[in-house]
Design a protein around this ligand. Structure first.
Ligand code: FRU
Length: 506
């Protein structure tokens, strides 16, 4: 066993001691990817390799706090049922000793390559005392990875108005004969930007240009850039740190969004329009995309936020992924909706049609903590229409449509443990109709408005007994359809625990 494999084994053994206990956490998610124990952040290396989907993630396997980063790993045949696998990367080489930071994956010559950032601290200040380089690792079977002898494959960012230290999160893709990599960066005076490189073999990289940069309004650092083609447009998706709040937008510590335009592959330059957020909730960061074999673009993001409380830490885990979402372009903007395959999880349907609601109303069978709702409502003349989830004696999470303010508000001030607060998204209704898809898991809610025109994602930490769902309207509205399905658990630990099995509590 080499040093890398030994470090992985040590971490794996430590996790195994806690994984059974973690699965019993009342907030442990049933159909979302979450760490088997301890800390998770960004999704990494989303890929399809030998008929299976792979998702890696930033992982600290020794405590529910961020620390030296490893790459955790899950795989799936359908993007719905996930199996935990052994850790893929451990920080132990001179160039990545303090962390295998975020990166991506690509198949080449029948092998799975990952390109990631090797991180080293050179002093106590994590903003100033660091060295970040880009590295490769390769796997024959998609499970065990060997770091490349050529590492690091990029030792320094290029010269120019490019910060020499903050240089991370390579996202690699192939176009024509070449591989390309887009890497997070900032200017010398702290404006976010993304660097574009080209390569023939993934090992030797040539810098093309700064593909796009902040005009001063888009934060001091761009993390986790992705550049991809979607419905005839080129999209640069990234996670800008430090954007200023603007009205009710940009309220999180850091944001994630995109610009769209045309990418010049010869020059490495993106000609683009305005920046839009991808999610208006509390907990969405560092999204990454991949293409499915049938050509769809699928996104997953970290379903958490830097600096947030994460009450699940008391149960020895922290962080999760969003559900996979399919992206499309409509009217110059990205729509994101739950991946069609997730319908497999539905069971025990309950449906109502043409129900009128005024004041407070509940519907028998419409309740729970691990479910999907599909609601088409004609809000008519209502000024306020609310859906209340995870309701108990003292708790509730509220989604409110407000006609006068032309906003939808997600309010988690009474959701249970953890931080409260509200997030809002502007809304224009077409013929008074509001179409909502809501996915609840044990400690999360994801709300897709009008076919994914707006999305709001939040972690919430209610009591186990808070399962009520209630509707409220100040004037009569019509629930044209109200459908509810319970959702099956879909995460297996067999690959890492001897006794393992599908997590099927509750
Ligand atoms: C984004 C990020 C990345 C970095 C990783 C470290 O959340 O800060 O820029 O590679 O997390 O875990």
């Amino acid at each position: 066993m080499n040093k890398h494999q030994l470090e992985i084994q040590k971490a794996q053994q430590y996790i195994e001691q806690y994984a059974e206990q973690v699965k019993q956490s009342k907030w442990y998610l049933q159909y979302h990817i979450a760490p088997p124990a301890f800390w998770m952040n960004d999704p990494n290396g989303l890929s399809f390799f030998r008929d299976e989907y792979h998702v890696f993630y930033q992982h600290h396997p020794f405590s529910p706090e961020w620390g030296p980063m490893y790459w955790g790993h899950v795989k799936s045949k359908d993007l719905v049922h996930w199996e935990h696998l052994p850790i893929a990367l451990a920080p132990e080489s001179p160039y990545d000793r303090d962390g295998c930071f975020s990166g991506s994956a690509i198949e080449k010559d029948g092998k799975l390559y990952v390109m990631y950032t090797g991180n080293r601290w050179t002093g106590a200040d994590q903003d100033r005392d660091l060295k970040q380089v880009q590295c490769l690792a390769v796997s024959e079977d998609g499970v065990q990875f060997e770091k490349a002898i050529e590492n690091p494959v990029l030792s320094n960012p290029p010269e120019g108005n490019i910060h020499p230290l903050h240089f991370r999160d390579p996202k690699v893709w192939k176009h024509g004969e070449f591989y390309y990599s887009i890497i997070g960066s900032r200017t010398m005076d702290h404006r976010g930007q993304a660097l574009c490189y080209q390569s023939k073999d993934l090992v030797r990289w040539e810098f093309l240009d700064v593909a796009a940069k902040s005009d001063g309004s888009l934060g001091y650092m761009w993390e986790c850039p992705n550049l991809f083609h979607l419905d005839g447009r080129d999209v640069l998706m990234f996670s800008p740190q430090g954007m200023n709040p603007e009205g009710n937008l940009n309220q999180n510590d850091h944001q994630s969004g995109y610009v769209m335009g045309n990418f010049d592959y010869k020059k490495g330059l993106l000609d683009h329009g305005n920046f839009y957020l991808l999610d208006y909730g509390f907990d969405f960061y560092a999204p990454q995309v991949m293409k499915t074999p049938d050509g769809r673009t699928v996104l997953m993001a970290w379903m958490a936020m830097w600096e947030s409380d994460m009450p699940e830490k008391e149960d020895q885990w922290a962080g999760a992924m969003t559900i996979p979402r399919e992206l499309k372009v409509k009217d110059g903007k990205i729509l994101s909706s739950p991946l069609a395959e997730l319908k497999q999880l539905r069971h025990d349907p309950v449906a109502y049609q043409n129900e009128w609601v005024k004041g407070t109303c509940t519907f028998p069978g419409v309740e729970g903590d691990c479910l999907e709702l599909e609601i088409l409502v004609d809000v008519k003349q209502a000024r306020t229409f609310d859906i209340v989830f995870r309701m108990g004696d003292e708790e509730q999470t509220v989604l409110r449509f407000d006609r006068r303010g032309k906003v939808i508000t997600l309010d988690r001030n009474r959701s249970g443990k953890g931080e409260g607060g509200q997030r809002q998204v502007p809304i224009e209704l077409n013929q008074n109709r509001l179409y909502l898809q809501v996915l609840l898991d044990k400690s999360s809610v994801e709300i897709f408005v009008n076919g994914g025109e707006q999305v709001m994602t939040a972690r919430i930490y209610p009591d186990e007994s808070s399962k009520g769902i209630q509707f409220y309207s100040d004037r009569e509205v019509e629930l044209i359809t109200l459908k509810k399905w319970a959702l099956k658990p879909s995460i297996s630990f067999e690959g890492i625990l001897r006794k393992g099995g599908i997590c099927s509590r509750g």
